[in-house]
Design a protein around this ligand. Structure first.
Ligand SMILES: Nc1nc2c(ncn2[C@@H]2O[C@H](COP(=O)(O)OP(=O)(O)OP(=O)(O)O)[C@@H](O)[C@H]2O)c(=O)[nH]1
Ligand SMILES: [Mg+2]
Length: 226
């Protein structure tokens, strides 16, 4: 029986990039591998032409509440697929790694694309984000006993039973940190593959310093509560 793969693309005003992200998904290769594919744009209320661009590409659009975490969580609840992927809609993460990530998911419950083990294209990660991500990753490993290299990556793949077993509550950019804390709590092993990270098209939604502090505080608070 063919297995299903769902790819969730969270978007907020990504009209410049969403079409290229969808075009880049290796549909043919995935079909040849025997997978059925569901591409879902989880749109948090774009006021530009993101939704129209996605519809023109013939993919499913879910209108989700604002906030990356809340948007992806809402999409996950509506999805039924053996393997669930999440990658940003700003063309920073090449979708070409999905077949390789699916191979990893045959053996591991979770796979991420690590930018810091891979290649950062010029201008892809600003110096402050680079340092902040290293600090937050170090803090996460220290507090949760994990051994990851890129906490804030936006490129994740899960077996359905795994993602649906996590207790996820965050609404915004702490979502990836919550994924890690929950995976660590359940002792799920995370496998990383090195990826190339590209500069984004369009404007960033992350409020750099403020969101970095919120992620750090989230990691600390959840380590010492219940
Ligand atoms: N559904 C939804 N998606 C969002 C929301 N905010 C941001 N996103 C999407 O989440 C992804 C990550 O947001 P970015 O602004 O790229 O954050 P970032 O990757 O940390 O920052 P950059 O390095 O500047 O790209 C992008 O695809 C956004 O369009 C939201 O409120 N709802
Ligand atoms: Mg981005």
């Amino acid at each position: 029986m063919p297995q299903d793969v769902c790819i969730i693309l969270p978007t907020l005003n990504e009209e410049l990039s969403i079409g290229s992200v969808i075009d880049e998904i290796p549909v043919k290769a995935l079909h040849e591998m025997g997978y059925q594919l569901d591409i879902v744009v989880a749109d948090g209320g774009s006021t530009d032409r993101t939704v129209q661009k996605a519809q023109e590409k013939g993919v499913r659009v879910l209108h989700v509440p604002k906030g990356k975490g809340l948007g992806v969580r809402t999409a996950i609840k509506e999805i039924n697929a053996d393997f669930i992927f999440m990658l940003d809609g700003d063309f920073t993460y090449p979708a070409a790694y999905i077949p390789e990530m699916l191979e990893v998911l045959q053996k591991y419950p979770v796979v991420t694309g690590s930018r810091l083990k891979g290649k950062l294209e010029k201008g892809a990660l600003r110096r402050t984000n680079f340092i902040g991500n290293h600090l937050l990753t170090w803090l996460a490993n220290l507090l949760y006993g994990t051994n990851i290299s890129d906490l804030c990556t936006g490129y994740w793949g899960f077996r359905q039973d795994v993602i649906k077993s996590l207790h996820l509550t965050t609404t915004g950019f702490q979502f990836e940190a919550e994924l890690l804390t929950q995976l660590a709590k359940h002792k799920y092993k995370i496998r990383e593959i090195p990826i190339t990270y590209r500069p984004r098209q369009g404007t960033a939604k992350l409020g750099r310093f403020k969101d970095g502090m919120k992620i750090g505080w989230f990691l600390i608070k959840h380590r010492f509560s219940s």
